[in-house]
Design a protein around this ligand. Structure first.
Ligand code: ADP
Ligand code: MG
Length: 508
């Protein structure tokens, strides 16, 4: 190895999954004490590369070196041994156990029951202090905030003596303030010699925290740059392979009559906990009301209740003047609702149906698609061909099952179907989650077009940037309640972040 500062190197890694080349001769290295960001759109191959480094996938070809030595990684055991720790996109903690118990669990070097939990707790306290992690070893994990659970995952890797830390999209679940905290912790760690691979698709974040930035696209490394020699626009075009517009172009809204009125709505989740807790608001024709909030504050259940997918416990839902409280989806849709659901595979599509059939999922039984109870296939086909063209859906034909399309194109099928109908209200839940920058840009434009056509839009998103760039008014949801509604033109990112984290709302 020429550079002895390099602690980890992946050379020529290739990994093929059925139908997709997830890693195509990827080279990547990590220097001691640096934060090396791995940037890329959804599906670019970032997690695959990390799973290979962590021993969860075996590469088809390629080599991994740790401190200059070639190593063979069969399982996470081998990578932990080599000093690699990984914090996954979805945490792997047991909620009913304490922090210390979670850390001990599955640790090859300790034997649960034999080892003194006090000794573990003490070591955790030391680590926590040393790295500014603020982790209480005796706290029950399920009672911790998401940010604190993430710190537990980090301290768990340190406990196992990791000196190379992989963080896979760690900020996806955090508020802006928690993100700042994480960045502070990351710098403390690198200051003490830990080397970090930081995965994200957010341009601002890599510019804020990374020492080097490597961008991947479609399984390949596009290039490695330093923050000072790049900017958001350059990074975005590396990610997407073309120039992209990052801001949403829109004129001032001209709100008209009320199209959605929600009064004192209460909704239970699957465990019968009341997660929507007396919510009231209204949406007018020609405006976009954005609901900001960290995932898991009742937004999912609110959207499901408004669209008839989940029963309401109490309260009213009035769409276009019609009381539809507690009604199932069909009468709600017929009143003039378009719905872009959060769980597109479960609520948005029938994956085994063709693209053409999915495009008439809510009106196949109505003219012109059906006459005298008979499906008019040529009308269904005509509709599909038009929407595929208008909404730029990339599909080999209208007759392939939607399961064969990429996530972005599946979402475009839903958007095409929903936004091409004559509706009064659009409810869009996480409409661009997991999509590439190009598709995000496209869907944002379509939402603004709907608004300008006089449709009311309720936008629910955990991406604060999306809420801020699209909304005319912004409501913040926290623990099942709308804690504040502000005019988007006066909204301040910092302040919204604080409210999302539960800060007290002064009169606004
Ligand atoms: N276990 C798997 N089986 C089949 N395909 C997979 C698997 N894991 C990832 N892929 C595919 O590999 C590609 C890269 O995925 P991934 O590494 O998760 O991307 P990223 O983390 O950059 O979003 C995607 O097309 C994805 O669908
Ligand atoms: Mg990933």
């Amino acid at each position: 190895m020429a550079d002895d500062n390099i602690v980890l190197e992946a050379k020529n890694i290739t990994k093929q999954f059925p139908g997709v080349l997830a890693n195509d001769h990827v080279n990547f290295d990590l220097r001691k004490g640096e934060i090396h960001a791995l940037l890329g759109e959804n599906g670019a191959g970032k997690t695959t590369l990390m799973n290979i480094l962590y021993g969860l996938h075996k590469p088809d070809s390629g080599e991994v070196f740790v401190n200059g030595k070639s190593i063979v990684i069969h399982s996470p055991k081998d990578s932990i041994q080599a000093g690699i720790g990984m914090v996954h996109q979805h945490f792997m903690l047991i909620p009913v156990f304490s922090v210390a118990e979670n850390v001990m669990l599955g640790d090859e070097t300790t034997h649960l029951g034999m080892l003194d939990i006090r000794a573990v707790s003490q070591r955790l306290q030391e680590l926590s202090k040393q790295y500014g992690l603020e982790v209480d070893p005796s706290a029950v994990v399920g009672q911790l905030s998401v940010g604190a659970q993430q710190r537990v995952e980090i301290v768990k890797t340190l406990y196992r003596n990791a000196s190379i830390l992989i963080l896979d999209e760690p900020t996806a679940v955090l508020t802006p303030q928690e993100t700042d905290d994480l960045f502070r912790i990351m710098r403390q760690l690198t200051g003490r010699g830990v080397s970090i691979i930081f995965i994200t698709h957010k341009l601002k974040e890599v510019l804020a925290v990374a020492d080097r930035i490597t961008t991947m696209r479609a399984g390949k490394v596009v290039g490695t740059v330093q923050p000072k020699e790049t900017n958001e626009a350059k990074l975005a075009s590396m990610m997407v392979g073309r120039e992209v517009i990052l801001t949403v172009q829109k004129e001032a809204a001209h709100p008209k009559e009320e199209v959605l009125r929600v009064e004192d709505l209460h909704v239970l989740d699957d465990r019968d906990l009341e997660v929507v807790n007396g919510v009231s608001f209204e949406v007018h024709a020609g405006e976009i009301l954005g609901i900001a909030g960290v995932q898991g504050n009742g937004q999912t259940q609110l959207a499901e209740a408004l669209t008839g997918l989940r029963p309401t416990k109490k309260g009213k839902v009035i769409i276009a003047g019609k009381d539809l409280s507690g009604k199932p989806p069909r009468p709600i849709i017929e009143t003039g609702l378009a719905h872009i659901p959060e769980d597109r595979q479960r609520h948005g599509l029938v994956l085994s149906y063709t693209v053409a059939d999915n495009m008439v999922l809510c009106n196949y039984y109505l003219p012109p698609f059906a006459r005298w109870g008979v499906i008019q296939q040529e009308k269904v086909d005509e509709n599909a061909r038009k929407l595929i063209k208008d909404y730029d859906v990339r599909t080999p034909s209208p007759y392939v099952p939607t399961s064969k399309l990429s996530g972005g194109n599946q979402q475009k099928v839903i958007v095409a179907r929903e936004l091409s109908r004559d509706v009064k209200l659009v409810i869009a839940s996480q409409p661009t989650r997991g999509l590439d920058v190009g598709s995000i840009e496209y869907i944002h434009k379509e939402i603004v077009i709907m608004r300008d056509r006089g449709v009311g839009v309720l936008l629910i998103s955990a991406e604060l940037d999306e809420i801020m760039s699209l909304s005319d008014r912004i409501a913040v949801m926290y623990r099942g309640q709308i804690v504040v509604v502000v005019d988007a033109r006066q909204a301040d990112r910092e302040q919204l972040g604080l409210w999302m984290a539960g800060a007290h709302v002064e009169a606004v």
